[in-house]
Structure formats: structure tokens, C-alpha cells
Design a protein around this ligand. Structure first.
Ligand code: ZN
Length: 276
């Protein structure tokens, strides 16, 4: 048991992995299973007071790794772009209130305009919210998404693009969240992880697996070991940069959400110990 607990010291679970659970249920059950860190999806904060959320986390001595998610900056419509800024400012307030040191940005994309324009608007959006993030002591992580989402969820699709953008912005508060699901296929991944880490931008590491076949673009992620991603190799490259952060399990799966969530949690822990 002691060695299992030690093996879990770098494990963080995203609340979205056990989506049917409330924040209280996530915290209670993760804690009971020996998981000491959590990434909070904003949906679990709906309908509860932020002080109450902080108390739930503190009472269980649960470390918050990040808040998911901000972003969705680009739009052909300037009104929508302004609304996105407001929503990101709200996310910064929420993160500060619950003690989350980092917000993950799913940057967005609008297919009615060129990807280049969307990327410019992403950069502009980050620069607009950066003063508030710095004032709150909350960092921002650009998460490059798999190119299958380039038209509607993110115009940032490779680690190279994300690192370039963090370089251009040039703030210690802006870095990158690396998710194996989005980046495993990239033949430049090892080189780009090295560069991202060397430039001081590697803020977060997300794991799950790519199922073959994948039956849904969004909600069919696999448990570690269930697909074709060499998670250990990628984790090795990440740790070689000096990264000492958490391994965050983030599995969106309509199949897993239908199952008993306590059993699912144990599956996650087992898969983490054996396949990552
Ligand atoms: Zn992710």
C-alpha cells in the first residue's frame, strides 16, 4: 500500500475524467483513493460558491494543479471576441479564488477566417488578459490541440506553434500545456519538448491514450495503455527537461462516464501505475 501511495505522488486527475461526480464527490473519492492533486473543470464550480469550493479542497488537503479551461479567443465577430475576454477574466478570478496556479487555454478557432487570423486573435486575447493573470498570480498555458480540431476548437495545433507563441509573448506567466492525446503523432515531438522546456514554457503535462479506432473526435479518449501512445517515452522526454510537475489524467469518454465512477477511478489509478 505504501508503495502504491508513493507511486501516486505525481498523479493529478481532471474532474472531467469522472464527469458525473460533483466537486465534493471528486475530492472525497480521489482523496480516499490516495490521489492528492486535482485539476478542476469549470463546470463543477457552477452552482457553488467559490469559498465553498475552496473549503472542499482545503478540508481534504487537495492540491489544485490547474483550472480548465479558458481560451476560445478567435471570432470574426468582435462582440464575441470581447465576450471571450470577459469569460477569461472570470476564469482568472475563479482560479485565484480556489487556489489554482494555472489556467489551461483551449485557444479556439473560427473556420470563417484563415487560421493565421485566428492565431493572431489568440495572441491578442492572451495579451489582453495577461495583466489580470499576472496581478492574480495565475499562469496561462496554451494547449495545442490535435489538428482534427483546427477548424473549430484551436488554431494552435503543434507544440512548435505553442512554444513560438509563448516565446513571442515573452512572459513568465504564459507557457504550454502538453497533452499526449493531441501531440503523440508529431515526428518533431522530442525536439519540441526539449525546446519548450529549455525556453521555460513547459507548465503542464496531460495524459490519456489514443484508441484505435477512435469513434468520436471528442468523447472517445482511451485509458492509459488502451491505445497507441507511448506515454512512458513522452513522459521521459518531459522529465528530461527538468519538469517536476504532475501527470494529469484527462479522459473524456462517454463510455467511461456511463460506468460506475468508483470502479473507473480504480481503473485510472491502475492504468496510471502500469502504463505511464
Ligand atoms: Zn489536455
Amino acid at each position: 500500500m505504501a508503495s502504491v501511495i508513493k507511486g501516486l505522488s505525481k498523479l493529478c486527475i481532471h474532474t472531467q475524467t469522472t464527469k458525473p461526480w460533483s466537486l465534493q464527490e471528486c475530492v472525497t473519492n480521489y482523496s480516499k483513493a490516495g490521489v492528492k492533486a486535482i485539476t478542476i473543470w469549470r463546470n463543477v464550480l457552477e452552482g457553488i460558491n467559490l469559498n465553498e469550493a475552496k473549503k472542499i479542497l482545503d478540508d481534504a488537503d487537495m492540491k489544485v494543479v490547474s483550472l480548465c479551461r479558458g481560451g476560445f479567443f478567435p471570432s470574426v465577430d468582435s462582440k464575441r471576441r470581447n465576450e471571450a475576454i470577459d469569460d477569461n477574466l472570470l476564469a482568472i478570478e475563479q482560479a485565484a479564488a480556489i487556489g489554482a496556479p494555472l489556467i489551461v487555454l483551449v485557444c479556439g478557432s473560427d473556420s470563417r477566417q484563415p487560421l493565421e487570423t485566428s492565431r493572431e486573435q489568440i495572441k491578442e486575447g492572451i495579451l489582453k488578459i495577461l495583466p489580470a493573470a499576472e496581478a492574480a498570480g495565475v499562469k496561462l498555458a496554451i494547449e495545442p490541440l490535435h489538428p482534427m480540431y483546427a477548424a473549430d476548437r484551436s488554431a494552435v495545433n503543434t507544440l512548435q506553434q505553442a512554444t513560438d507563441m509563448a516565446d513571442e509573448i515573452g512572459s513568465p506567466f504564459v507557457g504550454v500545456a502538453l497533452d499526449v492525446y493531441h501531440l503523440w503523432w508529431d515526428n518533431n515531438l522530442e525536439r519540441e519538448i526539449k525546446r519548450c522546456g529549455h525556453n521555460g514554457h513547459l507548465f503542464a503535462f496531460h495524459i490519456c491514450d489514443w484508441k484505435v479506432p477512435t469513434t468520436d473526435m471528442l468523447l472517445d479518449r482511451g485509458m492509459m495503455g488502451e491505445g497507441c501512445v507511448n506515454i512512458r517515452q513522452i513522459r521521459g522526454w518531459v522529465e528530461d527537461t527538468g519538469f517536476t510537475g504532475f501527470n494529469e489524467v484527462e479522459i473524456f469518454s462517454s463510455t467511461y462516464w456511463e460506468q460506475d465512477q468508483e470502479q473507473l477511478l480504480h481503473k485510472v489509478i491502475n492504468a496510471y501505475l502500469h502504463h505511464s
